[in-house]
Design a protein around this ligand. Structure first.
Ligand code: PRP
Length: 212
């Protein structure tokens, strides 16, 4: 039996993502029993799941350790992994935005200091605007940067807007909408095309019915 290895993003989104696989007919009941184990398989269905850090899913898939996986569009735009994007799951919906203190006014005569975890997305966005920037790459708590004068603006994910609001920041521009995507390793998509397409089509149908 040909197995499909699936990298799932560990965490709340991952559990919802697994539910879609389950509803699409690729269940693996043991995944709900054990909280520390990282790999689970259903040999009857020929499917094996493993939990990985959400930002690592694309690495597993790009290198073929997983045939398919689910990654946020933010990660795909930031790291530009060499994978196929098969399906928008319309979950984990948020946006990549520029935010700053309410009184911020962009002085175009100066280099704009941009704090972000998404340096590539920020660089591409400002290159498109021909705006000179200085990227300050941070790994978290990005909202602090403008408050402490480390940066003028931030580029970060906004979901409800609560984090910005609670830190006195305002979203100024939306760079791109974000949601979770089903991705595939390129070689797997040719060698295991039938099975991957079977999974993709079943998920697509479920997602479509859910959003109708
Ligand atoms: C993101 C982002 C913001 C927050 C926005 O962090 O960095 O801090 O979500 O959500 P909100 O608009 O609903 O308040 P995430 O929770 O993904 O974790 P992270 O700090 O590890 O990036």
């Amino acid at each position: 039996m040909e197995f499909i290895n699936v990298a799932l993003p560990k965490g709340r989104l991952g559990e919802k993502v697994y539910d879609i696989f389950e509803k699409a007919g690729f269940e693996c009941p043991s995944i709900k029993e054990n909280s520390r184990k990282l790999t689970f398989e259903n040999s009857e269905k020929g499917i094996r799941y493993f939990w990985v850090k959400p930002s690592d899913v694309a690495i597993y898939v790009e290198r073929g350790a997983a045939d398919i996986g689910v990654a946020g569009k933010d990660i795909l735009l930031e790291y530009e992994p060499d994978v196929y994007e098969l399906l928008d799951l319309h979950m984990g919906v948020c946006r990549m935005a520029v935010a700053a203190p309410e009184n911020f006014r962009d002085d175009k005569s100066k280099t704009l200091k941009v704090a972000t975890k998404f340096s590539n997305i920020a660089s591409n966005y400002y290159a498109g605007l021909c705006r000179d920037i200085d990227i300050i790459h941070l790994n978290g708590s990005i909202e602090l940067a403008p408050i402490l004068g480390l940066s003028d603006v931030i580029v970060d994910i906004v979901e409800t807007g609560k984090t910005l609001l609670e830190n006195g920041l305002v979203p100024f521009e939306t760079i791109v909408p974000i949601s979770a995507r089903l991705i595939s390793n390129k070689a797997s998509y040719s060698f295991k095309a039938n099975k991957i397409n079977e999974i993709k089509n079943a998920m697509e149908e479920y997602v479509r019915n859910k959003n109708d």
